[in-house]
Design a protein around this ligand. Structure first.
Ligand code: FAD
Length: 382
């Protein structure tokens, strides 16, 4: 479709998913002067909210659903963004260029942005369906978990990744002594250097958490449908009336799969975040993209990436295309340790620390071919 000034018109734009990525895409389209219609569709009924506090301030009871909203109601009306909550997109019809809602309604698009995020990785273990076994991805999950934590006597966290450890830190603050189990030999092992892993493990142990690392679970066991213990392969039984599963997430790429878009650990996009269909972009947790300068395709689960990708697509759709080349940035808060990571640790040759790990304020630089490719810092943002 061409407008009078010769620019390609992308009106109407439909965005599926009103998380960090989808909401930012709608906002940036308006900031960048897009005047056409925008529909922003999400299956959830909650007003679009921030996820990171769910395992931090919200879990501690220091934040409310209202304080987590990404934008106020006025924002969407003033900017003529047709926000449709409680509406699940059931299918994409690429030939007709429309999406079909679960209720049957079809909505036409000239350009479609898939911002469908991620879902908790299923934990297929005997007993994983017992009552008292929980995940933490959505606000509803967080509400339920907060209530369960208040009543729990023995908490086990499966997965020593960011979310598992953030939850463990909150549980400790409420007087629990959680056991954290991971098959990997060190905490956050896929994401950070050994020095940072060690510092966090020490911190959590000092606060009262127990770790079983390099450990393998045989089953979750229960009585009357409720979880009662975690049985390890070695035979040990760890009592548990609350088990929090934090074994990572998978791209929520079902719509794209069913529409035969290219998939590669998420919806595959090019350097401009365009899928294998030129009328469809994908951004945020669900998109796997070529990481500039790395020669690799990655999928990042981070707020900054979701926001930067949204801005990149909005610029392209308003006539100022540029490849996505933002430096990845991530943070995690666990007790009084604030971790910040800039860059991605691929094939790092060497790690060099600056500052004193004992002081709880230090940084680790990951070096590859004499170039710093990643910086990880605890309580030392500068
Ligand atoms: P999401 O926020 O997952 O949003 C996707 C939306 O799409 C959802 O609302 C979903 O309902 C909707 N949707 C999916 N399919 C459909 C469909 N078919 N129809 C309609 N709607 C659909 N990142 C950090 O950088 N730092 C942190 O400290 C941090 N902490 C986190 C703590 C927790 C507990 C969690 C869960 C995540 C955390 N993250 C953190 C990750 C961060 O929240 C994600 O990277 C970010 O939310 C990704 O945004 P998104 O818009 O891509 O996806």
């Amino acid at each position: 479709m061409h407008s009078g000034d010769g620019r390609v018109s992308t009106d109407p734009i439909v965005i599926v998913g009103a998380g960090h990525a989808g909401v930012q895409a709608a906002a940036s389209l308006r900031d960048d002067g897009f005047d056409g219609s925008i529909a922003l569709i999400d299956a959830q009924r909650h007003k679009p909210y921030q996820r990171p506090p769910l395992s931090k301030a919200f879990m501690k009871g220091e934040a409310t659903p209202e304080s987590l909203v990404l934008r106020g109601d006025d924002f969407f009306t003033q900017r003529r963004i047709d926000l449709r909550l409680g509406s699940r997109v059931a299918a994409i019809n690429r030939a007709a260029r429309s999406v079909r809602l679960a209720g049957g309604e079809a909505i036409a698009y000239e350009h479609l942005i898939l911002a469908t995020g991620a879902v908790s990785r299923p934990f297929s273990m005997a007993g994983a369906d017992l009552d008292g076994v929980a995940v933490l991805r959505t606000m509803d999950d967080a509400f339920a978990l907060r209530e369960r934590m208040a009543k729990a006597k023995n908490i086990v966290v499966i997965g020593a990744g960011f979310i598992g450890l953030e939850f463990a830190a909150v549980a400790v603050a409420f007087g629990h002594r959680p056991t954290v189990i991971d098959i990997a030999p060190r905490v956050m092992g896929r994401a950070v250097s050994p020095m940072i892993s060690a510092a966090f493990e020490d911190k959590h142990r000092a606060l009262g958490a127990t770790f079983q690392l390099g450990a393998s679970i045989a089953a979750l066991e229960g009585a009357d449908g409720r979880v009662a213990s975690v049985r390890m392969r070695g035979g040990e039984k760890i009592p548990a009336d609350l088990v929090v599963i934090g074994v990572g997430v998978l791209a929520n790429d079902m719509l794209a799969r069913e529409a035969d878009l290219e998939i590669d650990n998420g919806v595959a996009v090019d350097a401009h975040l365009l899928t294998s269909d030129e009328h469809i972009s994908a951004i945020g947790d669900n998109a796997s993209f070529p990481l500039a300068g790395s020669g690799r395709r990655v999928r990042l689960e981070a707020v900054q990436n979701a926001l930067d990708q949204a801005r990149c697509v909005a610029r392209r759709l308003t006539g100022r295309p540029a490849p996505y080349d933002a430096t990845p940035w991530f943070w995690s808060d666990q007790a009084d340790y604030k971790l910040q990571i800039a860059g991605v640790a691929f094939d790092v040759d060497d790690y060099v620390a600056r500052g004193d790990p004992q002081s709880g304020r230090f940084s680790v630089f990951g070096v590859k071919n004499d170039k710093v490719v990643v910086v990880e810092s605890i309580n030392r943002p500068a």
